[in-house]
Design a protein around this ligand. Structure first.
Ligand code: SF4
Ligand code: SF4
Length: 439
């Protein structure tokens, strides 16, 4: 029997066996915590503390800088040591609040809610906004904005992105096994905003235990269902997931809400639960620290702002020196040049590999095999798009729908000539979008 899926896609080595059976372990931070003011899409947050201030865990330290923005909260109690530019995982310098933990984890008191079903839509969105919830799968789009579409009455599906299709990543898998109650309760809270919507958990069929567990738990709720999906990358891409679950398509000019859908990932939905039910802001998250260079790959619940170096230490350190360190998964993540940078709300994984396979590849001429075209989940012609990019022909690139590329990396992965197609396409996309913004 075929599982629901999309057209195209690839089957890279999964690598999930390294960490999938490791239960989530909590890591307490040791060093200073660093909170970049830009860790979401939209305006940076503005500090509401000053150097020398004592803060509590859960206290707001930066206010949202606009509607499309999110506040930031301290994940420890301690003292504000500095507000200064710090290097972040992508390599940029970003103004950050630095807090020295006092190790006491003294917390503010949280306004929990006994009966979430009695909350109004405005109250729910207000709590999500105040808690600084953003897309924690990596996108960082403020969740209160996503949950406020123009026509909420037209939303028919709230889709929990439980695909976790990136190789090596297992944090969502562990969350589904260990925190399904919170995940389901978070989904029910979101469904309160959309009267006629169904809540769908889209899970790849390489996680049969999660499918079974959630199916059992939602079987008596007519508004909730599990949709098992074919294991194929990029099944968790927003457009691919929507297509697999509903048969509806969107392009780069559309929002999921335009086809009646809201999509949130596992960690984000749990953050909604924490915000609305427990009154707790985003202070912690679960990430996978993995790869063949790591002594004990695993899944860790840690305070946002902890350095990546501390998380590697929690995973037993390196058993051999990594040649490549990636924030995120191997297909869509980005290379990091050091570990002395802070984790943020969107840090889903750290992958440390002993071999840099991509750097070792020598690209050769295109042999016109057509494989990149066959597998492109957006039905593009990557070989042509990369050529237009390499020659700086932006108009033709746009005519061939280059802006529809979701930067999934599948074309580079499949190319027998080892051409870095996705990288070229991404570069041209960036240039075109920057030029459009300037206009
Ligand atoms: S062209 Fe873009 S969407 Fe298509 S396979 Fe390559 S990276 Fe993915
Ligand atoms: S997969 Fe590589 S070699 Fe084949 S057509 Fe595409 S670019 Fe050319």
């Amino acid at each position: 029997m075929g599982f629901k899926t999309f057209k195209g896609g690839v089957h890279p080595y999964e690598g999930k066996e390294l960490a999938k059976d490791q239960p989530i372990v909590e890591v307490l931070p040791k060093g200073n915590l660093v909170y970049p003011l830009s860790q979401h899409i939209g305006a940076p947050a503005s500090p509401v503390v000053a150097v020398g201030d004592r803060v509590l865990k859960g206290q707001k330290i930066a206010e949202a800088g606009g509607f499309v923005s999110a506040p930031i909260h301290s994940s420890v109690s301690g003292t504000v040591k500095a507000i200064e530019p710090r290097r972040v995982a992508v390599g940029d310098m970003v103004t950050s609040i630095v807090i020295e933990s006092d190790g006491a984890f003294e917390e503010v008191s949280y306004a929990s809610c006994e009966d979430t079903a009695s909350l109004t839509k405005e109250e729910i969105i207000g709590k999500v906004k105040e808690a600084g919830v953003v897309g924690m799968g990596g996108a960082g789009f403020p969740t209160h904005v996503k949950l406020s579409p123009k026509e909420p009455e037209n939303i028919e599906y709230v889709i929990a992105n439980c695909a976790e299709c990136e190789p090596y990543l297992t944090a969502d898998y562990r969350r589904m096994l260990e925190n399904p109650e919170e995940l389901i309760a978070g989904m029910k809270i979101i469904l309160q905003l959309f009267g006629k919507a169904k809540g769908v958990f889209g899970i790849e069929n390489n996680k049969p235990d999660c499918i079974e567990k959630l199916q059992e738990m939602v079987k008596d709720d007519p508004r909730l269902m599990v949709c098992p999906l074919e294991t194929k990358y990029p099944q968790g891409g927003e457009r691919q997931l929507i297509y697999a679950v509903t048969g509806r398509s969107i392009n780069s000019k559309m929002l999921p809400a335009d086809v009646g859908c809201i999509v949130d990932n596992v960690e984000t939905i749990i953050a909604v639960y924490n915000a609305v039910k427990l009154g707790k802001p985003v202070m912690q998250r679960v990430s996978t620290i993995t790869g063949d260079a790591v002594e004990k790959p695993g899944n860790f619940l840690y305070s946002v702002g902890t350095s990546y170096a501390e998380l590697v230490e929690a995973a037993g350190g390196f058993k051999s020196q990594p040649q490549k360190i990636i924030s995120g998964g191997p297909m869509m993540g980005f290379s990091m040049f050091g570990l002395d940078v802070p984790t943020t709300k969107t840090a889903s994984s750290l992958l440390c590999l002993t071999e840099d396979e991509v750097a070792a590849m020598e690209p050769t001429a295109c042999i016109n095999c057509g494989r990149c075209v066959e597998i492109c989940p957006e039905q593009l012609v990557p070989s042509k798009l990369a050529k237009f990019s390499d020659h700086g022909i932006s108009e033709t690139f746009e005519k061939w729908y280059g802006l529809e590329c979701i930067e999934c990396g599948s074309c580079s992965y499949i190319c027998p000539a080892k051409r870095q197609l996705a990288q070229s396409i991404k570069t041209m996309k960036k240039q075109i979008l920057a030029a459009k913004r300037k206009k």
